[in-house]
Design a protein around this ligand. Structure first.
Ligand code: AMP
Ligand code: GLY
Length: 428
């Protein structure tokens, strides 16, 4: 492609964004790269800007000051808040490519009820469900009593990943329902609740990148959400990830494409919902069949830390093709290598944890990629600044070999309170 170099503004500051920055910087088409707010790792690939991902006025000023050509939102918040519509509705900014959906499209993630209704309209396989508010609260209680536990309750809106309860008994389900609707546990986000059938299977994450008409599939991944080994304990943002996913064989992926990916892309188009960028399909395989657990309107974290290393295409070229509506002209190449990532976290996470712990040992790491998540620079040192601190990704001829390398290097990193799961990829 003979396009000019692109000035890019990447929004976010986690492991996902560090990986995206690493990937973007490899492109000969990457001009000036800015990351807002970024972290101690992203500073190696571009310029960090002290800017919140939802500060639209600040984003506008940054776009104008730095002659930005492409905005890539990492997390969902700016997308659900309407960054796409903000940029496209502003005469000074509308030439900018936004690698993310419109506010309406982002509702696939921003509202569980919206996404369930969308799947219903397009016959996309998902758990049976009902939606409830304070207006039909007693009906909701009666519905819960008819359900065989476990019962799945989901706050309709964004709840920082905490809005899903899998209740093991009817009483627990009723209590969670009360907390969400009557006590407004998640504020406005839980004024509406989706109650759905529990699906028993194995989960994986599939990613498409679309221009609204065409799409390409990125490598699939599996993340490990629980804090404890053996998938026990509290849910986290994700403690590790692998790609490819051994149980996502060609026959299964064909079902995913024909029953889920294509009906989703075609359904968005048919409903005139503007959708560019990533679609993250959170799937579950039940008796060999794929179902959608959730949609996200962005890449996953830590899935990005294994997906981007396995994507052989130039990401800037993909975003330009998306902006031009020409993703049909692109062929995506997935690496034959496997990738595995292990997430180092702060002691106490996902509960309370300390910040500001000095990190050492980076210079001893050999043969892995370090993607910073919750880190910051302070007085010339790298310090912890979040729950998830550092993702260590490696390639290997298979998942076990990749993860063995990541674990070898994890042992070199030190900071007070360091914790990571030792069993990522244990089942393969
Ligand atoms: P979500 O926030 O929608 O990703 O849900 C969090 C987690 O809850 C998912 O990753 C699943 O492990 C689990 N989950 C959500 N919905 C269901 C369901 N219908 N059946 C079984 N597990 C579910
Ligand atoms: N790892 C799951 C997510 O990004 O939502």
């Amino acid at each position: 492609m003979s396009a000019k170099q692109q000035n890019i503004l990447l929004l976010g500051g986690g492991g996902r964004e560090c990986t995206l920055a690493w990937k973007l910087k490899q492109s000969p088409l990457c001009g000036n790269l800015f990351i807002a707010p970024g972290n101690a790792g992203t500073a190696a690939y571009g310029t960090n800007l002290p800017l919140s991902v939802t500060d639209f006025a600040g984003i506008k000023k940054t776009c104008l000051d730095h002659n930005i050509d492409i905005v890539l939102p990492g997390p969902e918040d700016p997308l659900v808040a309407g960054i796409y519509d903000f940029i496209k509705g502003d005469a000074d900014l509308q030439h900018i490519i936004v690698a993310g959906p419109s506010k309406e499209g982002a509702q696939l993630e921003g509202s569980k009820a919206f996404s369930k209704r969308f799947m219903e309209r397009h016959n996309i396989p998902t758990a049976a469900y009902r939606e409830f508010t304070a207006a039909n609260y007693t009906e909701g209680e009666a519905y819960i009593r008819t359900q065989q536990p476990p019962v799945v309750l989901k706050a309709d809106g964004l709840a920082a990943g905490k809005g899903v309860v899998i209740a093991q008994s009817t009483d627990e389900a009723l209590a969670a329902f009360h907390a969400m609707i009557m006590d407004r546990q998640f504020g406005e986000a839980s004024s509406k609740v989706v109650i759905e059938q529990f699906l028993d299977g194995i989960e994986l994450s599939v990613f498409a990148f679309t221009d609204g008409a065409n799409y390409v599939l990125l490598p699939e991944a599996k993340d490990y959400k629980r804090i404890g080994e053996g998938d026990t304990g509290l849910n986290t943002g994700g403690m590790g990830a692998i790609s490819p996913v051994p149980f996502a064989d060609a026959a299964f992926m064909q079902k995913v494409i024909s029953r889920i990916v294509e009906p989703t892309v075609n359904g968005l188009k048919a409903e005139n919902i503007i959708y560019n960028g990533f679609i993250f399909f959170g799937l579950i395989k039940v008796n060999g069949e794929p179902y959608v657990i959730e949609y996200n309107c962005r890449m996953g974290d830590p899935e990005t830390e294994v997906v981007m290393p396995r994507l052989e295409n130039d990401l800037v070229e993909l975003m330009l093709a998306m902006g031009a509506g020409k993703l049909n002209e692109v062929t995506v190449q997935h690496s034959a290598q496997a990738a595995g990532t292990v997430m180092l976290v702060s002691g106490g996470y996902p509960g309370d944890y300390a910040k500001g712990k000095v990190m050492t040992g980076f210079d001893k790491v050999n043969g892995s990629m370090l993607f910073h998540a919750g880190t910051a620079s302070k007085d010339g040192a790298v310090v912890t600044s979040g729950g998830r601190v550092l993702a260590i990704t490696s390639y290997g001829t298979n998942i076990k070999a990749a993860l063995a390398k990541s674990y070898e290097n994890a042992a070199h990193i030190q900071y007070d309170g360091i914790y990571y799961r030792k069993d990522i990829g244990w089942e393969f």
